[in-house]
Design a protein around this ligand. Structure first.
Ligand SMILES: C[S@@+](CC[C@H](N)C(=O)[O-])C[C@H]1O[C@@H](n2cnc3c(N)ncnc32)[C@H](O)[C@@H]1O
Length: 326
């Protein structure tokens, strides 16, 4: 008999993430995207350690409570956003951790539940809020200007036909405001032809709206800065991203933070100057780690996944070195 129900979400790059974090007995780890708990369970099974797991989706956390019995005193579930990790854990007496995992985006449970409104294949309310609160996707498409919609669809969906889609949305909502996913998907499909790659034309616009509604890129930036604060020297950050916008943010952040000594500005007081190395991270792999052919064959969600890993150095935060904002 197994203690956990069969998860609907197959964790992506699980072995690689756990290998990178190398959990140790008595260590403290942070899983910023609990989801179905795949990473959390693997970390807890790898060592006699403690895991603090955050998820912004209250439903994900309620399902996770079943794990308390299996890991008494070792698992802590926290509702909130990983972008707020410093405050969320700080207010619970945790100021440093030995490893952090972020597995970005939505889970299969969220996509598959039509009531959550993420899917352009199954009809449901046009919602897309991971937190189940705040502004929904319907609010966004029914109220933003055509220009704002076009910008969002272009920027976050990398949709070449963003203007055309935005125009169709604004015309469509005059007739009937959007409240269902398939209504929106049909309007998009009537404007954008299916490309040779077979990808549904609604994919990019739905991605854009989801990213915007949940401020996913802002969260990622805040999460990376939070990780820089929370990780103890030697602690590892592992981030799995699923599209180029996310991966670019992670790559740029790690590149900036792992640069050689930053030349102090001539305005920096001499006492703070000198050849201070401010590299707070050391990348552990030059290129992003991608799933094996076997993994992509058995889990289609893994296809676009990219894992970047880096180790926190002992360097203090830039704020404390140069007095400015990092
Ligand atoms: C891809 S799933 C994680 C799956 C997990 N690694 C597993 O193995 O089951 C992403 C999860 O992260 C949550 N999430 C996404 N962005 C978040 C954020 N900024 N803060 C907290 N949770 C977030 C989503 O609600 C979702 O449950």
């Amino acid at each position: 008999m197994t203690l956990t129900p069969e998860p609907d979400h197959i964790p992506v790059l699980l072995a690689e993430v756990v290998e990178a974090l190398a959990p140790k007995d008595k260590g403290t780890y942070l899983d910023g995207t609990f989801g179905a708990g795949g990473y959390t369970v693997a970390i807890l099974d790898a060592a006699a350690c403690v895991v603090w797991a955050i998820d912004r989706d209250p439903e994900a956390l309620s399902s996770g409570e079943a794990l308390f019995a299996r890991y008494p005193d070792r698992l802590h579930l926290v509702h909130g956003r990983f972008g707020d990790m410093v405050d969320l854990l700080g207010s619970r007496g945790v100021s440093g951790v030995d490893g952090i995992a972020l597995d970005l985006g939505v889970s299969s449970m969220q996509i598959d539940d039509r009531a959550r409104g993420f899917s352009f294949l199954r009809d449901g309310p046009l919602d897309m809020r991971m937190e189940k609160s705040g502004r929904s996707a319907a609010d966004v498409v029914n109220t933003l200007s055509e220009k704002e919609l076009a910008d969002i669809i272009f920027l976050y969906g990398e949709e070449r036909h963003a203007r055309r889609v935005a125009r169709a949305i604004v015309e469509g909502r005059r007739e009937r405001p959007f409240s269902r996913t398939l209504h929106l998907a049909d309007v998009i499909r009537s404007e954008v032809r299916r490309a040779n790659d077979g990808i549904d034309p609604a994919t990019r616009t739905f991605q854009a709206l989801r990213i915007y509604v949940n401020d996913e890129l802002g969260e990622l930036e805040r999460g990376l800065r939070g990780a820089e604060r929370m990780l103890r020297p030697g602690g590892v950050l592992a981030v799995v991203s699923f599209h180029s916008l996310e991966d670019r943010i992670v790559k740029t952040f790690l590149r900036a933070r792992s640069g050689a000594a930053i030349r102090p500005s001539r305005h920096t007081p001499a006492s703070l100057g000198g050849a201070t190395s401010v590299a707070t991270f050391k990348p552990l792999s030059r290129r992003p780690i991608t799933p094996t052919d076997h993994e992509t064959a058995t889990n289609p969600r893994a296809r676009s996944a990219r894992l970047r890993i880096a180790e926190r150095t002992a360097a203090p935060l830039l704020t404390t070195v140069a007095g400015g904002l990092a």
